[in-house]
Design a protein around this ligand. Structure first.
Ligand SMILES: *Cc1c(COP(=O)(O)O)cnc(C)c1O
Length: 463
C-alpha cells in the first residue's frame, strides 16, 4: 500500500515514511492510493475477533513495511483491558431499541483521542528505535489532544513532548491531568496568553526550518494518517456489536470538530462496511454543517469562533476535511488544490449532488440542546452523557430511520466536563477511580511569556 497527497505531489510513500510526518510537502494530506475493499465474506471472518485482532487485520491492509509479527505485538500491547477498562475495549450500550452509544472514552484521559494516540505512542517508539532516531513533539492544546498525547508518550524511549497550553484557561481537572505527569520526557509549558498564542508559537518554531531539523521537531496533530487509521477499527467493532448479519446496514452519528473521527467513518464506508449514513454533528461552530447543507465551506476568523460547552469541537477550520473533499471530487488533486487555496469556497451543484452517495447528512446543536439532551438521557435511561456526545445524540435523533440501528460515538466521559453536567442535572458526574483526587497531586509545569524565542531556548535545554 502506498500513500499519495490530496494536492498531487508525485511521490508515492509507504506507511512508515508518512508516520512521523504532518502535511505532505505540497501542503496536502496523505491518503492511501486506494481503499482496500472488504466484502461480506471478510466481515464474517472478522465478526467475533477480539479488538486487538480486528485492529491487526485492518491495519495490515494499510501497513506493509512493519513485519506482521511486530505489528501484531504493537496492537496487542496497545488495546488491553488494563488501558481501556473493558474486554470489548469499545462496549456498546443500548439506550432505546435501535439507538446505541459506543464507548470510546475509557482510556487514560477519558476522551476518544486515546483510541488512536495510544497506538501512535507505540508506533512512534517502534519506528524511532528502528531508525536509531529521536523526536521532540511540539504541540498546542486547549485540553483533550495534549493530555492524550502526553499519556501516550510518557516514558517512551526516543520521544520528548513539549506541550503548550494557555495559562489558567484549562479546567482544574484538565490541568491536573496534564501537569501531574512527572515523567522526565513530558514537558508542560503554560503560556501567558490564549490558545491561539500557543498555536502561533508552534507555527513560528516549526517555520524555523534549521531549528526544526536540528532538534528533530515533530507533531501529533489530527491530520496524522496513523491516527485516522486507528480510528477506522472502532467503526467495524461497533458494527459487529450492533448487527447479527454481515450485510445489515447501520448509521453512525459523530460529534465533529476537525473532521478526524468522522473521516475514519468515511474510510470504513469506502472499504465496504455497510454504513447507511454518517451523521455529522457540530456545535454552534457549524462550519461543517453549513458545508453539508449548502456546499459552501467558509472558514471562520478566530474572533468568530465561539467558546462553547463542547469545547473540543470549537474549531474555525476543519483540518482533515480536505481528505473527504478529495474523494468527493473523484480524487482530482488539481481541483482540490484550487479549492483549498482560498479560505472560502463553494463546490458546483454537480459536485454537491454527489454527497448523498457518500452517506453524509448533518446538523448542529446549541448549549440549550446539550442541556436538554443530557437531562432527557438521564431521566429516561439513567445514563449521564458528556456535552460532545450530547451534540451527537441530538443530531442523531433528527436522522433516525426505522429498521436501521444508529450508533452515537461517545467521545468523552462526563467527568471531563463536570461544570455543564452540574448545570444540567444539579449533580456531579462520577469520576473513574484512577482520577479521584488528582487535583491534589504534585504538579510540574513551566509558566512562560508568549514568546517563541523563550520556548526554543527551553526546548534546546531539555531536548
Ligand atoms: C477531539 C474531540 C472531538 C472532535 O473530534 P474530531 O476528530 O476533531 O472531529 C469531539 N469530542 C471530543 C470530546 C473531542 O476530544
Amino acid at each position: 500500500m502506498k500513500y499519495i497527497s490530496t494536492r498531487g505531489d508525485a511521490t508515492r510513500r509507504s506507511f512508515c515514511e508518512i508516520l512521523l510526518e504532518g502535511l505532505a510537502p505540497d501542503g496536502g494530506l496523505y491518503l492511501p492510493e486506494q481503499y482496500p475493499k472488504v466484502g461480506a465474506e471478510t466481515l464474517a471472518k472478522w465478526r467475533g475477533l477480539a479488538y486487538h485482532e480486528l485492529a491487526f487485520e485492518i491495519l495490515s491492509l494499510y501497513i506493509d513495511d512493519i513485519p506482521a509479527a511486530d505489528l501484531r505485538a504493537l496492537v496487542t500491547q496497545t488495546y488491553t483491558m488494563q488501558v481501556f477498562g473493558t474486554r470489548q475495549i469499545v462496549p456498546l450500550r443500548a439506550l432505546e431499541p435501535g439507538v446505541y452509544l459506543e464507548a470510546l472514552s475509557n482510556g487514560p484521559t477519558l476522551a476518544f483521542k486515546d483510541m488512536a494516540m495510544q497506538l501512535l505512542g507505540n508506533l512512534f517508539e517502534y519506528e524511532l528505535a528502528r531508525r536509531g532516531q529521536t523526536l521532540n513533539i511540539l504541540g498546542a492544546t486547549s485540553g483533550d489532544t495534549g493530555s492524550a498525547a502526553e499519556y501516550a508518550m510518557r516514558g517512551k524511549t526516543g520521544v520528548n513532548v513539549f506541550m503548550l497550553s494557555p495559562f489558567g484557561r484549562m479546567s482544574p481537572f484538565q490541568q491536573a491531568q496534564m501537569f501531574s505527569l512527572l515523567d522526565a520526557n513530558i514537558h508542560n509549558i503554560a503560556i501567558e496568553g490564549v490558545f491561539d498564542d500557543c498555536q502561533d508559537i508552534v507555527k513560528a518554531v516549526s517555520n524555523d526550518l534549521d531549528f526544526k531539523r536540528k532538534h528533530r521537531i515533530g507533531t501529533v496533530n489530527s491530520i496524522n494518517w496513523a491516527r485516522l487509521l486507528a480510528q477506522v477499527v472502532y467503526y467495524f467493532a461497533g458494527y459487529f456489536q450492533a448487527t447479527t448479519k454481515d450485510d445489515e446496514q447501520l448509521t453512525f452519528a459523530v460529534p465533529t470538530g476537525n473532521f478526524g473521527n468522522i473521516c475514519a467513518g468515511h474510510v470504513a464506508r469506502m472499504m465496504g462496511l455497510p454504513i447507511r449514513q454518517l451523521v455529522l454533528a457540530t456545535n454552534e461552530n457549524n462550519v461543517l454543517d453549513e458545508f453539508f447543507q449548502t456546499g459552501t465551506y467558509r472558514v471562520r476568523a478566530a474572533a468568530e469562533t465561539r467558546e462553547t460547552s463542547s469545547p473540543s469541537m470549537d474549531i474555525s477550520k476543519a483540518s482533515n476535511f480536505e481528505r473527504f473533499v478529495f474523494d468527493l471530487l473523484g480524487r482530482d488533486a488539481e481541483r482540490t488544490r484550487e479549492l483549498f487555496r482560498s479560505v472560502t469556497f463553494t463546490i458546483t451543484p454537480a459536485e454537491f449532488a454527489r454527497i448523498p452517495g457518500y452517506g453524509f447528512v448533518s446538523g448542529s446543536s446549541t448549549h440549550a440542546d446539550r442541556l436538554a439532551t443530557i437531562r432527557d438521557t438521564f431521566a429516561r435511561f439513567e445514563t449521564i452523557i458528556d456535552t460532545h456526545t450530547a451534540d451527537g445524540l441530538k443530531v442523531a435523533r433528527e436522522h433516525l430511520t426505522a429498521g436501521v440501528p444508529t450508533i452515537v460515538l461517545e467521545t468523552a466521559l462526563p467527568a471531563k466536563f463536570a461544570e455543564t453536567i452540574v448545570e444540567a442535572l444539579g449533580r456531579e458526574p462520577e469520576r473513574p477511580a484512577a482520577m479521584r483526587g488528582i487535583e491534589s497531586l504534585p504538579k510540574r509545569c513551566e509558566v512562560m511569556a508568549a514568546d517563541a524565542a523563550a520556548v526554543k531556548t527551553f526546548i534546546e535545554a531539555h531536548a
